[in-house]
Design a protein around this ligand. Sequence first.
Ligand SMILES: Cc1cc2nc3c(=O)[nH]c(=O)nc-3n(C[C@H](O)[C@H](O)[C@H](O)COP(=O)(O)OP(=O)(O)OC[C@H]3O[C@@H](n4cnc5c(N)ncnc54)[C@H](O)[C@@H]3O)c2cc1C
Ligand code: HEM
Length: 752
Amino acid sequence: MPELDVLIIGGGPAGLSAALCLSRACYKTAIFDSGAYRNAEALHMHMFPTWDHKDPKEYRTAAKAELLDRYGDFVAFVDRRVTSATKDTDNGTFEVVDEMGEEWSGKKLLLATGVKDILPDIPGYEECWVKGIFHCLFCHGHEDRGQKSVGVLAIELMAQAPMITNSYVRNALQFSESVTIYTDGSESVATTISGMVAGIGERVKIDNGSIARLIKEPTGATVTIEFTDGTKVTQSFLVHGPRNEMDLGFAKDLMLDKMPSGGELKVTSPFNETTEPGCFAAGDCGSMGKIVVAGVAYGAFAAMGIMNKALDKPFAIPMCGMENTILQPKYLSVLKREDRNELSLCQAFEDMFNMTTTSGKEGRHDHVEIDVVGKYINARLTQFHPFMVSQTDYAFELIVGPEPRWKKFNTADLCFDLVFAETARVLSGEELCQNPEYIEAIVDYSKSFLMSGFMWPIRPPNWGPIRNWLYWLCTWRLRRDIKRAFRFIIPLINSRLKELEATGNNVEGADLHLDMIQGLLTMNIPQPEERTPVRHAHRVLHMSFAASAVSSALMMHTIHQTLMTPEYVPELRQEITNALKEHGGWTEKALLEMHLLDSFIRELLRMNPPSVFAGQRTILSPTYRFDNTLTLPKMTRIAFPVMEIHTDPDNYPDPLKFNPYRFMGSEPGSERMSAFRITDKYLAFGYGKQACPGRFLAIRQLKLILAKLFLGYEFQWAGGPSKGPKKLSRQVVEGQIFPDLSTEVEIRKRVV
Ligand SMILES: Cc1cc2nc3c(=O)[nH]c(=O)nc-3n(C[C@H](O)[C@H](O)[C@H](O)COP(=O)(O)OP(=O)(O)OC[C@H]3O[C@@H](n4cnc5c(N)ncnc54)[C@H](O)[C@@H]3O)c2cc1C
Ligand code: HEM
């Protein structure tokens, strides 16, 4: 079976135009053509610059020759009717069978099959069609202008939509002194239309006679109408737009929704993808504008849409000094299937930040960090709750202060300070969490850590070992900040170790203190070199970064979004107040009941995930086979295009609009989606077996800090509400998405 990139069904203007675009982009296509073109009976085609008043057949022949001459390696013409088109649900490819029984396979399908005009069942109508009955007075009419009288048939569709008749009448008056509207015996149609055309005056008449048959006269476009009472009238031409239908019986197994009129398929703008993902429509079957130039234009748009979907070909882009292979969403399932031994997030992280080079063997990243979150922290979220509440109060009090007086901040500094102070209780324990010097040290460390990742690609890759040495030199700031933070963390770890020793290192020690450090010290780590205070101290720093940096960015997005769309704040405040009242203050239950806040956070993360790519993994097995068509070698870094998935209109209607209610489950047929719930359409926390283990804590922390912010504080752009940026600029550095770091806000305690 020939396997192609795109199967195009239809060789009219839409199919030919799409094939041209796709050929130029080096995609292999086949155009199936049964030879049934809508304008087959028209001798001339109009409204197409340079092809005006030329034979449409000539245009198709020329377009075909152009394609074969210049792009013969990419396009094949198959002059056969397609009898079936189906989709393989396993791999998303399309299969087509032609009338000779030959099977074809393509990664995408484009329907450019046009429409059929369904002629009314009036004797003689068919003989008059095109020759004396014109369906459009831009396509025809100009050559027959200067008439005394022409007729408009207000029957079928044109009787149901008198606006269309009205517009045809006005168009016809350009070509004739008078126009008569024929309603085929319908009084009510006559009444409605007479109201619409009354203003035109005597040039328009209405005739209610019942039509018996139409007779094409031998000269010009002249048509005689014979009525059932035997009378006759002759007009220079008639105008009538019949109903259109699509002949898509061959595609009955595809999920193709039609527009209510039935004349075209339902598609998404601007690339005309149908309701069957991967299947596009162009030309008359995909647009209300049923003219040749629209077919040509939408053929090109659909081709671009197909390219946007990248034809499921993985592509490579450099990020953080390494090549990353970006895979299509259909491969996400491998992240559910494979564990860290095959596809490793930990190795991908190490590749990106080169921790071994910057901070030595003891500073490298490992799985203990993931396990301490997954096994220790997540098991104690309820116990952490009261500490988190009081630590959040402490952070606001320390940074913003208790006065109802405006205080100006750089938004990034404000959010970093608040979030790092808030998370410090869970990660670094009661001894350090209220030490402002320690908080400052871990904030500085996190900034240097991020910067070190961005410095790696700056070093020329062909410098061999010198590259590592140069990188080491450039990251001196990171080592300085590690040293500074260690002055707080290592003594604490040592004293905790002593305490544990005093208790005989028994298992209960895990709960002597409630924080991640205690979790690390009481975990079962067989290798002694992995249990040293320095090793653990690095882990505390890595986790401080992982747990706080993204949450800080999200808090920045929240402040920016709220200042741009302040209308949601009263409702959020009301929800928070009600939850506190109903569930006894800042309890876990109260937080759980803040559904709008939760949906608000999920929507922000949908629109502002931490990175343009998610699910980054490094292949550890000698080669990894994804499916029949894709195998990648060891150490290949893979990732998935999260922004594409989060802004795909198939996944989210109106995806570029911020809609904080989107995940509330209030739309019929939708369900409420908590902000930490991962699906294959929501990858802010990654996907599969190694998805973010800290997401449950992250959402609790964010809800707490944002609820306290909305309820307890007011904020505005520095200088007043009108001083804010008109548009916020997000930045993407090495794939990481950053909010605008330059904004300034004023914040003060609310007086209620
Ligand atoms: C009488 C008349 C005159 C017109 N004059 C003008 C004009 O002057 N200017 C203008 O702009 N527009 C005009 N139009 C409109 C114009 O014809 C259409 O807008 C245009 O043809 C649409 O292009 P398309 O590629 O979508 O479909 P079409 O040109 O109709 O082509 C459809 C293609 O799909 C193929 N196909 C369908 N089903 C199958 C299948 N199962 N297997 C294989 N192939 C299949 C057909 O064989 C054909 O190749 C006119 C229309 C009519 C009826
Ligand atoms: C809004 C906040 C957060 C976001 C958006 C976020 C996002 C992510 C993402 C995208 C990954 C990669 C997952 C994958 O590729 O499948 C990840 C990994 C991880 N996250 Fe989070 N995270 C957040 C908060 C936290 C918190 C609070 C913690 C800890 C308490 C945490 C700990 C981790 C850990 C341990 C990993 C694995 C890291 C590794 O292997 O290197 N995260 N996170």
